[in-house]
Design a protein around this ligand. Structure first.
Ligand code: FES
Length: 106
């Protein structure tokens, strides 16, 4: 499942993620800068904040319960497309997913 991370400066990192892994885990496993994932995906840190590309908003689904509150605790501005990337799991429907990364996570 291909995922493209677009960094704040416009550079892009494309990685091949595993189905079932989260967007956060995939970034950390591939040393993608810009996603920290401090709490390991427990929805406790908001250092995995990303902005889902407009074209992928439907496929990525809705925010989970509690996600919004955690996003508010993060360092970056919360936008309608904001998600915790540890709450997005890769599936065939997300092949080609594009997420944008905030300037800083903490
Ligand atoms: Fe901590 Fe996502 S990794 S909230």
């Amino acid at each position: 499942v291909k995922v493209t991370y677009v960094h704040h400066d416009g550079t892009r990192t494309e990685v091949d993620g595993k189905e079932g892994d989260t967007v956060m885990h995939t970034a950390v496993a591939h040393d993608v800068e810009g996603i920290v994932g401090e709490c390991g995906g427990a929805m406790m840190c908001a250092t995995c904040h990303c902005y889902v590309d407009d074209e992928w908003l439907d496929a990525a689904g809705e925010r989970r319960d509690g996600e919004e509150d955690m996003l508010d605790c993060g360092a970056a501005e919360v936008k309608p497309s904001s998600r915790l990337s540890c709450q997005i799991r890769l599936s065939p429907a997300l092949d080609g997913l594009v997420v944008h990364l905030p300037e800083e996570q903490m």
